[in-house]
Design a binder for this molecule. Structure first.
Ligand code: ATP
Length: 267
């Protein structure tokens, strides 16, 4: 269970994530290397963007990636939901933001993950009114204090980058925008393989071929995880009647019928 706003080192490893190799490389250079080889970065004067925005459809691995970055870097991880911060501390949300960043600094190196960050950063003068405006200003103050931000890396995530105030996305704030797309047919195979690591998949099942099937079109990583669970459930049930000991393609077939894309084409 996750304790809102508290830090810990997540246990998500990169090999649990299918695809996203380019994103991994970006984070290796910008965050992981900077934490692991701080002296070298200093010696050579490497000065890279420390704020990121992961954007794209739901269920494609934004949270997983942020956790894996923290794990690889051996850094603490603080997970905050934008809307919760907004609603739980009405009238005190500015203080909540200050407290959050100061907590992140005390446990640096730290990845501060702001999920649904659009809730805190809607364009000024639009929905949300003055509370969001004050919150946004406080967030900008914290993000601009780059000097004191040493060791704190902020990763925002959103499905709606279009509603965000562009001020947040300037260099030095959440200046590096990275798109996390729906997986391609080959990436679906890689995700299925990653999801299968601790499951007794039958040797006869070709997960790459499965990922390329038309029935998997438009499935997100989260949909593929649901597919995998359905297949595992079908196999576990069959064990009771016929003693099945592995997950076979015959278990994936009914699971495919039950699984449909959670993200529509337009999203
Ligand atoms: P949201 O926008 O809804 O917060 P998200 O992009 O943060 O979505 P995650 O929470 O990272 O998505 O993914 C949800 C679940 O889907 C993960 O816990 C995992 O089981 C599965 N998943 C998504 N993408 C991948 C991937 N690339 N490799 C392996 N599993 C994945």
């Amino acid at each position: 269970t996750r304790r809102e706003g508290f830090s810990s080192i997540p246990n998500v490893k990169w090999d649990e994530i299918g695809g996203h190799d380019l994103l991994r490389q970006e984070f290796e250079d910008h965050i992981i290397g900077r934490i692991k080889y701080a002296d070298d970065y200093k010696e050579f004067g490497v000065d890279l963007e420390a704020g990121f925005l992961l954007y794209g459809p739901p269920g494609c691995g934004k949270t997983l990636i942020a956790k894996a970055v923290a794990n690889e870097a051996g850094a603490n991880f603080i997970h905050i939901q934008g809307p919760e911060l907004l609603n739980k501390y009405v009238g005190e949300s500015e203080l909540a933001i200050r407290t959050l960043f100061s907590r992140a600094r005390t446990c640096a190196p730290c990845i501060l993950f702001l999920d649904e960050v659009d809730a805190l950063t809607t364009k000024r003068g639009k929905e949300g009114g003055w509370i969001v405006e004050r919150l946004l200003n406080q967030l900008l103050v914290e993000l601009d204090g780059a000097e004191q931000r040493q060791g704190v890396f902020v990763i925002g995530a959103t499905n709606r980058p279009d509603v965000m105030d562009p001020a947040v996305l300037r260099p030095g704030r959440l200046g590096k925008l990275l798109y996390v797309p729906l997986p391609s047919p080959d990436e679906r195979g890689l995700i299925l393989k990653a999801l299968a690591r601790k499951k007794p998949i039958d040797d006869s099942v070709d997960l790459c071929a499965l990922g390329r099937m038309e029935a998997c079109e438009n499935l997100s990583g989260a949909d593929l995880a649901a597919l995998m669970s359905e297949a595992a459930l079908a196999a576990a049930k069959e064990k009771r009647t016929s003693g099945a000991s592995t997950i076979k393609i015959s278990h994936f077939k009914p699971a495919l019928i039950k699984t449909s894309p959670s993200v529509s084409d337009e999203q």
